[in-house]
Ligand binder design. Structure first.
Ligand code: PEP
Length: 255
């Protein structure tokens, strides 16, 4: 059976500033060791700063979105090649805040993931249901509708049963609300995502793909969530803005 290295990814959202970022990074760096992968996702203007702050460390960094287009008349967009010039290795695509506030469809999200993979970047693809969808018993169909276009578009990047793509299961009702999915609720959906990967792309790919949980992860609940069989780390929002909390979550991922 494949061993999947845990990944703890911090999504700073539209927060931060030059001084605060430097303090935050300095605060959590001592918690970073080789046994857990760590990355942080900053607003575009701070990527150059992160390139300097994280040089020589094991911490990767990236952006919270990327354009599916390579270049041209797309005002306000940022391309993969621009990100790469600043040392970016990973990008978040399809965060629920982009899906809801910017009307991003799952097809657009899939094309962004393709753009990232073509450029050699790791896409962290977010999926997750709203509370109304959960209550209506639609978790599986919603996740499938978000995941299937990504699988269809990105299958060609599978090599020897592997792809760099990471999936983040983020139930919308748990993001920034303080309400966390129970480890059992999260595990159930993670297992369902893995089964879907297996059905569409095979056992090896399903076993090697990391599936992160996101939604009000904190130092106090991280260890139990990460101990579940199909939970391979976390995408962390609010708690990634505190070096103490983010350090605690990184330590929790060490088991
Ligand atoms: C997120 O925005 O991806 C997230 C999981 O946020 P929070 O941890 O604050 O719920």
């Amino acid at each position: 059976m494949t061993t999947r290295k845990k990944l703890v990814a911090g999504n700073w959202k539209m927060n931060g500033g030059l001084a605060a970022n430097a303090e935050l990074v300095r605060g959590f760096l001592p918690a970073v060791t080789a046994d857990v992968e760590v990355s942080v996702f900053a607003p575009f203007p701070y990527l150059a700063q992160l390139q300097g702050l994280l040089e020589g460390t094991a911490v990767a960094f990236g952006s919270q979105d990327v354009s599916a287009k390579a270049s041209g008349a797309y005002t306000g967009e940022v391309s993969v090649s621009m990100l790469k010039e600043f040392g970016v290795r990973q990008v978040i695509v399809g965060h629920s805040e982009r899906r809801s506030y910017h009307a991003e469809s799952s097809e657009t999200v899939a094309l962004k993931a393709v753009a990232a993979l073509e450029a050699g970047l790791v896409p962290l693809v977010c999926v997750g249901e709203t509370l109304a969808e959960r209550e209506a018993g639609q978790v599986e169909s919603v996740i499938a509708s978000q995941l299937d276009p990504v699988i269809a578009q990105c299958a060609r990047f599978v090599q020897n049963g592997q792809w760099p793509l990471v999936i983040a299961y983020e139930p919308v009702w748990a993001i920034g609300t303080g309400v966390t999915a129970s480890p059992e609720q999260a595990q159930e959906v993670h297992a369902m995502i893995r089964a879907r990967l297996q059905a569409m792309l095979g056992e090896s790919l399903a076993q090697s793909t990391r599936i992160l949980y996101g939604g009000s992860v904190k130092p106090g609940n991280a260890q139990e969530l990460f101990s579940k069989q199909d939970i391979d780390g976390g995408l962390i929002g609010g708690a990634a803005l505190s070096s103490d909390d983010f350090s605690g979550i990184i330590r929790a991922a060490k088991g």
